[in-house]
Design a protein around this ligand. Sequence first.
Ligand code: PMP
Length: 406
Amino acid sequence: MTPLDAMTDAPRLPRADWTRGLERSLLRQLVDIVARPGVLSFAGGLPAAELFPAAAYAEALAEVLAEDPWALQYSPVHGPFRHHVAGLMALRGTQVEPESLVVTTGAQQALQVIASLLLNRGGQVMLEPAIYTGIQQAVAPLEPRLLTVPSDLRTGIDVDAVEAHLAGGARPAFLYVIPDGHNPLGVRLSLEKRRRLADLARRFHLPLVEDDPYGFLTYGAPDGGPATDSLPPLHALAPEWVFYVGSFSKIIAPGLRLGWLAPPEAARARAAIIKESLDLETSGLTQRAVARFMDRGHLPAHIERLRATYRDRRDRMLAALERHFPPEARWSRPHAGMFVWIELPRGVDTLALLEVAVAREAIAYVPGQAFAVRGHDAAHCLRLSFSNCQPDRIEDGIRRLARVFS
Ligand code: PMP
């Protein structure tokens, strides 16, 4: 009992064992620091709010409500919405039956569904040592053992290491990968590695979780290669082993809370039941409004606008890093997504230096340690986001940030 409990006689609430280690994520704790007034933030993984298609979406929503009062009822997944999502996946280069899709409340819920479906309590998950915190949170209640595989900043996850683990007898419940626009590493998985992962999945019966919220936000190589050089998703290479996760958060808006899961056919029915256990259904109103928005043909032009805007911001950030960052720093050169990952010499403590960056230079970023899987060290790394800052402030922001690390 703490002294406070003793004084107030507060009852001790029982709680599940797994919550004992639960802390507010480092990322959330940083929100207060990085949101100080006047601070230029490269921290949040936020889409550019000025590009939200609010007017077109409002129109679609108003039409749906005016025409169809059933839009507010409990209802099965909206058929036309399924077809639109299958159409998006076709554009992404892979085929799904509309009926096989599980519509979810954001990609995050799809990750939860997958964790419930594939992972036993105390089971094993294979992932990279610095990885999107949402997957760590999705598996945490099942107290998994985390088997980590390194990644390199040019070609992505180390497939030799994946193979070595599998050949050595490891049988993780799944391998989690973000092939395009990796969060936080900003790396793209090479085609050769995609093919090899698909082969390994088949050979070792290894489910692959392909998290693809940034798959449409592709900009081409930073050094002036073709602007559309998308690689096939893993789903196209091994559909019977891939749990593909998609999202409207980055191509329309995160406030919609709309995503989907394309599971292997054999897992579809169970995935749908688990989804239902979490929140019954994903807003039918939102599904209908998005379907109407897509019927009107708004999405392709909107995605083009996002790509042009983010491509420009990426190019400015990479050019500024080249000019101002110390030569011993290394960083990813993203083809897609919103993030650049920077590795400084070991010994630099980016968490401690965040206070300095904010107080002295009015710049915020996310320290690498916020993404580190338990037991791993990313203290000398940081993640910068280029999506949500005004282009004319990027150069000066990076110049000021460089002073913190020089
Ligand atoms: N996966 C990754 C890699 C992400 O970066 C994010 C959002 N930052 C999500 C999933 C969650 O997306 P959603 O808003 O669709 O839940």
